[in-house]
Design a protein around this ligand. Structure first.
Ligand code: 9D3
Length: 252
Protein backbone atom coordinates (compact mmCIF):
# COMPACT_ATOMS: atom_id res chain seq x y z
CA UNK A 1 0.00 0.00 0.00
CA UNK A 2 1.12 3.56 -0.74
CA UNK A 3 0.08 6.35 1.65
CA UNK A 4 0.80 9.94 0.65
CA UNK A 5 0.71 12.27 3.66
CA UNK A 6 0.34 15.99 2.99
CA UNK A 7 1.51 17.91 6.06
CA UNK A 8 3.39 21.00 7.23
CA UNK A 9 5.20 18.83 9.82
CA UNK A 10 6.71 15.78 8.09
CA UNK A 11 9.25 15.49 10.92
CA UNK A 12 6.49 14.32 13.25
CA UNK A 13 6.14 11.16 11.15
CA UNK A 14 9.79 10.20 10.76
CA UNK A 15 10.49 8.43 14.07
CA UNK A 16 7.02 6.85 14.02
CA UNK A 17 7.71 5.30 10.59
CA UNK A 18 10.93 3.67 11.82
CA UNK A 19 9.70 1.83 14.90
CA UNK A 20 7.65 -1.22 15.79
CA UNK A 21 5.05 -2.77 13.49
CA UNK A 22 4.74 0.24 11.17
CA UNK A 23 8.54 0.34 10.87
CA UNK A 24 8.57 -3.34 9.98
CA UNK A 25 5.84 -2.85 7.35
CA UNK A 26 7.87 -0.04 5.76
CA UNK A 27 11.12 -2.04 5.91
CA UNK A 28 9.40 -4.99 4.18
CA UNK A 29 7.99 -2.75 1.46
CA UNK A 30 4.41 -3.73 2.37
CA UNK A 31 3.81 -0.05 3.16
CA UNK A 32 5.26 3.00 1.42
CA UNK A 33 4.68 6.37 3.11
CA UNK A 34 5.35 9.43 0.94
CA UNK A 35 5.66 12.60 3.07
CA UNK A 36 4.76 15.75 1.15
CA UNK A 37 5.33 19.13 2.81
CA UNK A 38 2.79 21.32 1.08
CA UNK A 39 4.60 24.48 2.19
CA UNK A 40 6.79 23.86 -0.83
CA UNK A 41 3.73 24.35 -3.05
CA UNK A 42 2.96 27.88 -1.87
CA UNK A 43 3.40 30.12 -4.89
CA UNK A 44 4.91 33.15 -3.14
CA UNK A 45 8.56 33.74 -2.27
CA UNK A 46 8.04 33.19 1.46
CA UNK A 47 5.95 30.04 1.05
CA UNK A 48 3.03 31.40 3.06
CA UNK A 49 0.35 28.72 3.52
CA UNK A 50 -2.11 30.51 5.84
CA UNK A 51 -4.09 33.73 5.90
CA UNK A 52 -6.68 35.55 8.00
CA UNK A 53 -10.31 34.47 7.66
CA UNK A 54 -12.63 36.60 5.51
CA UNK A 55 -15.30 38.05 7.79
CA UNK A 56 -12.91 38.22 10.71
CA UNK A 57 -12.44 35.97 13.69
CA UNK A 58 -9.58 34.31 15.52
CA UNK A 59 -6.84 32.18 14.03
CA UNK A 60 -5.68 31.50 10.52
CA UNK A 61 -6.99 29.44 7.61
CA UNK A 62 -4.99 27.30 5.17
CA UNK A 63 -4.94 29.00 1.78
CA UNK A 64 -6.36 27.02 -1.13
CA UNK A 65 -3.51 27.50 -3.65
CA UNK A 66 -0.77 25.42 -1.96
CA UNK A 67 -3.25 22.72 -0.96
CA UNK A 68 -4.70 22.36 -4.48
CA UNK A 69 -1.18 22.36 -5.98
CA UNK A 70 0.09 19.70 -3.56
CA UNK A 71 -2.95 17.44 -3.96
CA UNK A 72 -2.90 17.73 -7.76
CA UNK A 73 0.86 17.12 -7.89
CA UNK A 74 0.50 14.03 -5.68
CA UNK A 75 -2.42 12.66 -7.71
CA UNK A 76 -0.50 13.19 -10.94
CA UNK A 77 2.37 11.05 -9.62
CA UNK A 78 0.13 8.40 -8.04
CA UNK A 79 0.19 4.81 -9.20
CA UNK A 80 -3.51 4.11 -8.68
CA UNK A 81 -5.95 5.82 -11.00
CA UNK A 82 -8.01 7.16 -8.09
CA UNK A 83 -6.31 7.06 -4.71
CA UNK A 84 -8.77 7.52 -1.84
CA UNK A 85 -8.59 11.12 -0.56
CA UNK A 86 -8.91 11.52 3.19
CA UNK A 87 -9.24 14.87 4.96
CA UNK A 88 -8.47 14.68 8.67
CA UNK A 89 -10.88 17.03 10.40
CA UNK A 90 -12.76 17.18 13.71
CA UNK A 91 -15.94 17.43 11.58
CA UNK A 92 -15.40 14.06 9.91
CA UNK A 93 -16.94 10.65 10.42
CA UNK A 94 -15.55 8.93 13.50
CA UNK A 95 -12.72 6.50 12.71
CA UNK A 96 -13.17 2.92 13.88
CA UNK A 97 -11.93 -0.60 13.09
CA UNK A 98 -14.50 -1.03 10.34
CA UNK A 99 -13.17 2.11 8.62
CA UNK A 100 -9.61 0.78 9.06
CA UNK A 101 -10.63 -2.47 7.30
CA UNK A 102 -12.16 -0.52 4.42
CA UNK A 103 -9.02 1.60 3.98
CA UNK A 104 -6.75 -1.46 4.20
CA UNK A 105 -8.36 -2.77 0.99
CA UNK A 106 -7.18 0.27 -0.96
CA UNK A 107 -4.02 0.29 -3.06
CA UNK A 108 -3.23 3.97 -2.38
CA UNK A 109 -4.39 6.65 0.07
CA UNK A 110 -3.79 10.39 0.33
CA UNK A 111 -4.10 11.78 3.87
CA UNK A 112 -4.36 15.55 4.20
CA UNK A 113 -3.38 16.99 7.60
CA UNK A 114 -4.81 20.42 8.31
CA UNK A 115 -3.39 22.95 10.77
CA UNK A 116 -4.59 26.25 12.25
CA UNK A 117 -8.38 26.67 12.25
CA UNK A 118 -8.74 24.46 9.17
CA UNK A 119 -8.73 24.64 5.39
CA UNK A 120 -10.41 27.10 3.06
CA UNK A 121 -13.85 25.67 2.28
CA UNK A 122 -12.96 25.45 -1.43
CA UNK A 123 -10.45 22.71 -0.57
CA UNK A 124 -13.32 20.65 0.87
CA UNK A 125 -15.46 21.35 -2.18
CA UNK A 126 -12.70 20.83 -4.76
CA UNK A 127 -12.01 17.14 -4.17
CA UNK A 128 -14.05 14.02 -3.31
CA UNK A 129 -12.77 13.71 0.27
CA UNK A 130 -13.68 11.16 2.85
CA UNK A 131 -13.65 13.31 6.00
CA UNK A 132 -12.41 11.46 9.09
CA UNK A 133 -12.17 12.46 12.76
CA UNK A 134 -10.56 10.53 15.58
CA UNK A 135 -13.16 11.62 18.13
CA UNK A 136 -14.51 14.54 20.10
CA UNK A 137 -11.35 16.13 21.43
CA UNK A 138 -9.19 18.96 20.15
CA UNK A 139 -5.87 18.29 18.45
CA UNK A 140 -3.64 20.97 16.92
CA UNK A 141 -3.77 19.40 13.48
CA UNK A 142 -4.37 16.20 11.55
CA UNK A 143 -0.92 14.64 11.99
CA UNK A 144 -1.60 12.50 15.06
CA UNK A 145 -4.88 11.37 13.52
CA UNK A 146 -3.02 10.42 10.33
CA UNK A 147 -0.53 8.37 12.36
CA UNK A 148 -3.37 6.53 14.11
CA UNK A 149 -4.89 5.70 10.74
CA UNK A 150 -1.54 4.58 9.30
CA UNK A 151 -0.95 2.28 12.26
CA UNK A 152 -4.46 0.80 12.27
CA UNK A 153 -4.30 0.17 8.51
CA UNK A 154 -0.70 -1.17 8.47
CA UNK A 155 -1.69 -3.90 10.93
CA UNK A 156 -4.32 -5.12 8.47
CA UNK A 157 -1.98 -5.43 5.46
CA UNK A 158 -1.37 -9.15 4.81
CA UNK A 159 2.07 -10.28 6.04
CA UNK A 160 2.66 -7.29 8.34
CA UNK A 161 1.78 -9.01 11.61
CA UNK A 162 3.52 -12.21 12.66
CA UNK A 163 1.55 -15.49 12.65
CA UNK A 164 0.76 -15.34 16.34
CA UNK A 165 -0.48 -11.74 16.21
CA UNK A 166 -2.73 -12.36 13.21
CA UNK A 167 -4.14 -15.53 14.76
CA UNK A 168 -5.17 -13.44 17.76
CA UNK A 169 -6.79 -10.89 15.47
CA UNK A 170 -8.84 -13.61 13.77
CA UNK A 171 -9.90 -15.25 17.04
CA UNK A 172 -13.42 -15.54 18.42
CA UNK A 173 -12.68 -12.64 20.78
CA UNK A 174 -13.00 -10.10 17.95
CA UNK A 175 -15.65 -7.53 18.89
CA UNK A 176 -15.14 -8.01 22.64
CA UNK A 177 -12.59 -6.61 25.05
CA UNK A 178 -9.76 -8.93 25.95
CA UNK A 179 -10.20 -11.05 29.07
CA UNK A 180 -7.87 -10.40 32.05
CA UNK A 181 -4.29 -11.45 31.31
CA UNK A 182 -1.66 -12.75 33.69
CA UNK A 183 1.97 -13.74 33.44
CA UNK A 184 4.52 -14.80 36.05
CA UNK A 185 4.79 -14.67 39.00
CA UNK A 186 1.77 -16.69 40.24
CA UNK A 187 1.46 -14.44 43.28
CA UNK A 188 2.37 -10.73 43.12
CA UNK A 189 1.94 -8.54 46.23
CA UNK A 190 -0.64 -10.99 47.55
CA UNK A 191 -2.69 -11.03 44.32
CA UNK A 192 -3.08 -14.51 42.87
CA UNK A 193 -3.54 -15.69 39.31
CA UNK A 194 -7.03 -17.25 38.88
CA UNK A 195 -6.80 -21.02 39.50
CA UNK A 196 -8.43 -21.94 36.18
CA UNK A 197 -5.53 -20.39 34.19
CA UNK A 198 -3.12 -22.78 35.96
CA UNK A 199 -5.37 -25.82 35.59
CA UNK A 200 -4.21 -26.98 32.18
CA UNK A 201 -7.90 -27.56 31.31
CA UNK A 202 -7.99 -25.78 27.94
CA UNK A 203 -11.76 -26.00 27.56
CA UNK A 204 -12.31 -24.51 31.04
CA UNK A 205 -9.80 -21.74 30.23
CA UNK A 206 -11.57 -20.96 26.97
CA UNK A 207 -14.97 -20.73 28.74
CA UNK A 208 -13.56 -18.54 31.54
CA UNK A 209 -11.92 -16.14 29.10
CA UNK A 210 -15.06 -15.90 27.00
CA UNK A 211 -17.21 -15.16 30.08
CA UNK A 212 -14.76 -12.57 31.41
CA UNK A 213 -14.51 -10.87 28.01
CA UNK A 214 -18.31 -10.64 27.79
CA UNK A 215 -18.70 -9.46 31.38
CA UNK A 216 -16.13 -6.73 30.93
CA UNK A 217 -17.54 -5.59 27.59
CA UNK A 218 -21.10 -5.50 29.00
CA UNK A 219 -19.94 -3.47 32.01
CA UNK A 220 -17.86 -0.94 30.08
CA UNK A 221 -19.20 -0.78 26.52
CA UNK A 222 -22.62 -2.45 26.19
CA UNK A 223 -22.97 -0.67 22.83
CA UNK A 224 -20.34 -3.04 21.40
CA UNK A 225 -22.51 -6.08 22.23
CA UNK A 226 -25.57 -4.70 20.48
CA UNK A 227 -23.79 -5.42 17.20
CA UNK A 228 -23.61 -3.48 13.96
CA UNK A 229 -26.44 -1.31 12.72
CA UNK A 230 -27.49 0.21 16.05
CA UNK A 231 -28.94 3.68 15.52
CA UNK A 232 -26.09 5.68 17.04
CA UNK A 233 -23.47 3.07 17.76
CA UNK A 234 -20.65 5.37 16.62
CA UNK A 235 -22.09 8.53 18.07
CA UNK A 236 -22.96 9.65 14.55
CA UNK A 237 -26.55 10.65 13.90
CA UNK A 238 -28.63 8.82 11.39
CA UNK A 239 -28.13 10.03 7.85
CA UNK A 240 -28.91 13.74 7.89
CA UNK A 241 -28.29 16.66 5.57
CA UNK A 242 -24.95 17.36 7.26
CA UNK A 243 -23.73 13.76 7.71
CA UNK A 244 -19.99 13.67 6.97
CA UNK A 245 -18.97 12.20 3.61
CA UNK A 246 -19.48 8.49 3.78
CA UNK A 247 -16.42 6.86 2.26
CA UNK A 248 -16.98 3.39 0.88
CA UNK A 249 -16.00 2.27 -2.61
CA UNK A 250 -16.28 4.96 -5.22
CA UNK A 251 -17.07 3.87 -8.75
CA UNK A 252 -15.01 4.36 -11.91
C1 9D3 B 1 -10.16 25.08 18.88
C2 9D3 B 1 -10.32 25.18 17.41
N1 9D3 B 1 -11.70 24.77 17.04
C3 9D3 B 1 -12.52 25.99 17.02
C4 9D3 B 1 -13.95 25.76 16.74
C5 9D3 B 1 -11.77 24.07 15.75
C6 9D3 B 1 -10.62 23.19 15.42
C7 9D3 B 1 -9.88 23.42 14.28
C8 9D3 B 1 -8.81 22.59 13.96
C9 9D3 B 1 -10.28 22.12 16.23
C10 9D3 B 1 -9.20 21.29 15.91
C11 9D3 B 1 -8.47 21.54 14.78
C12 9D3 B 1 -7.33 20.65 14.42
N2 9D3 B 1 -7.72 19.23 14.48
C13 9D3 B 1 -7.57 18.39 13.46
O1 9D3 B 1 -7.05 18.76 12.43
C14 9D3 B 1 -8.08 17.04 13.59
C15 9D3 B 1 -8.73 16.38 14.68
C16 9D3 B 1 -9.07 16.80 15.99
O2 9D3 B 1 -8.80 17.92 16.45
N3 9D3 B 1 -9.71 15.92 16.81
C17 9D3 B 1 -10.03 14.66 16.40
N4 9D3 B 1 -9.73 14.22 15.19
C18 9D3 B 1 -9.09 15.08 14.35
S1 9D3 B 1 -8.65 14.73 12.78
C19 9D3 B 1 -7.99 16.19 12.52
Amino acid sequence: MIIHVLTLFPGLFEPFLKESIVGRAVAKGALVVDLVNFRGFAPDRHHVVDDRPFGGGPGMVLKPEPVFAAVEHTLARARAEKPRLILLTPQGRRFDQEAACTLAEEEELLLFCGRYEGVDERVRLGFAWDEISLGDFVLSGGELAAMCIIEAVARLIPGVLGDEESARRDSFMEGLFAPPQYTRPRVFRGMEVPEVLLSGDHEAIRRWRRAEAERRTRARRPDLLRGAGGADRKGNDEEGPEAPPRGGKRSG
